[in-house]
Write a protein that binds this ligand. Structure first.
Ligand code: M6R
Length: 362
């Protein structure tokens, strides 16, 4: 049932091109420069969005925040659900609460959405598991269609959630008049390419395995990214922690100077999301700062970027894509890195200690 793979996690990582096809395929309308999500919700009636989710799903929500703000100019608040449910959030009838969940059974996410609903918010669930509890709590559901996910460490559901966030942001941007038809068409063309691009990234597994071999004895890892790649850094660190039990921290790269830079020495591998985009040059200076302190840099960079190879010890290239979509290709080498490190350390990849696939108690 693992389709010839040694672990469900690896099987699910390799299913990602097909998953993206499923999430996006039937919904893209390139001609019109729009997407069809089959939702009754009118994005023009939404004045603010609250993202509510846990763990990996929360990082997908953080990506959604950057995207909705960039493309639809709607203010988005983002919290992990365990905070949201108890912080007495300011909500009204113009608030859209978006709950994101693979299982649809995460108790904090369910309670968060109940909290928002009780205060008059409209609610949308971005969910994988059909007919799960969350789908019955929300006004409307946007299914991510990732198929059953068995590995405790979420991989394919994350990619599908990111794709769902991109779909939502395009729909909102078009409906609210903040995204031109041409700009949307450009994004949709790029989205159409994603399954093939992820396929290309998967071919890099031998190189990832080589990097894992080099660094798997490290005690700690630091992950850095900016803007839409901030959630990628968080997710990369979470994957590594969950299945290898190596301590990993993630920071928005610009925050490094405000503390975490003190950690950097020759023993600390630093994974930097350095794909091309508006903040690329700033990220390069972060890499230089790490190198100046002896840190080892593993860069995730855009194919064809030669400059970065001179700065970083190791580079994993991902294909060029619209900068706002780069997280969808960039997280894949990080999933593989966590996987390869965990296997080298002899960990139980599919059933990591202390973790449950869905957290149904508080
Ligand atoms: O089923 P959900 O998406 O609501 O689950 C949320 C988190 O519990 C989940 O993403 C968790 O962080 C995973 N172990 C991540 O790999």
């Amino acid at each position: 049932e693992k389709g010839g793979f040694p672990h469900y996690m690896l099987k699910e990582i390799y299913e990602q091109p097909w998953v993206l096809e499923n999430t996006l395929g039937g919904r893209l309308r390139e001609e019109e420069g729009d997407v069809d999500l089959g939702l009754a919700l009118d994005p023009r009636e939404v004045e603010r969005v609250h993202m509510v989710a846990c763990g990996t799903a929360a990082y997908a929500g953080l990506y959604g925040k950057y995207l909705l703000e960039a493309l639809a100019r709607v203010p988005v608040e983002w919290d992990v659900a365990s905070e949201y449910r108890y912080r007495d959030p300011v909500v009204d009838g113009k608030t859209l609460a978006i709950a994101i969940s693979q299982s649809g059974e995460t108790i904090d996410t369910l309670e968060g959405i109940r909290e928002a609903k009780g205060k008059g918010a409209r609610t949308l669930g971005v969910v994988n598991a059909k007919g799960s509890s969350l789908t019955r709590e929300v006004d409307e559901v946007l299914y991510i269609h990732a198929g059953p996910e068995i590995g405790v460490a979420s991989t394919k559901a994350y990619l599908a959630m990111l794709a769902a966030m991109a779909l939502l942001a395009v729909r909102f941007g078009r409906a609210r008049g903040t995204l031109s038809r041409e700009a949307a068409q450009g994004l949709l063309r790029e989205m159409r390419k994603l399954p093939r691009l992820v396929e290309e990234v998967l071919e890099q597994r031998p190189l990832v395995a080589h990097i894992a071999e080099k660094y798997h004895q490290a005690q700690d890892f630091l992950f850095l990214g900016r803007h839409v790649q901030t959630p990628t850094a968080y997710e990369g660190a979470l994957k590594l922690k969950e299945i290898s039990y190596i301590h990993a921290e993630a920071y928005p790269a610009g925050e490094m100077k405000h503390g975490p830079i003190a950690l950097i020495d020759e023993h600390l591998p630093v994974v930097v999301l350095a794909t091309r985009g508006p903040l690329y040059e700033k990220t390069l200076s972060n890499i230089q700062e790490v190198r100046a302190r002896g840190g080892k840099v593993i860069a995730i960079a855009t194919q064809g970027d030669e400059e970065i190879a001179k700065l970083a010890q190791d580079v994993l290239y991902v294909p060029e894509v619209h900068p706002l979509l780069a997280p969808i290709v960039s997280v894949v080498p990080l999933q593989l890195l966590a996987y390869e490190v965990a296997v080298l350390l002899g960990r139980d990849v599919d059933q990591p200690r202390n973790l449950a696939k869905s957290v149904t108690v508080e």
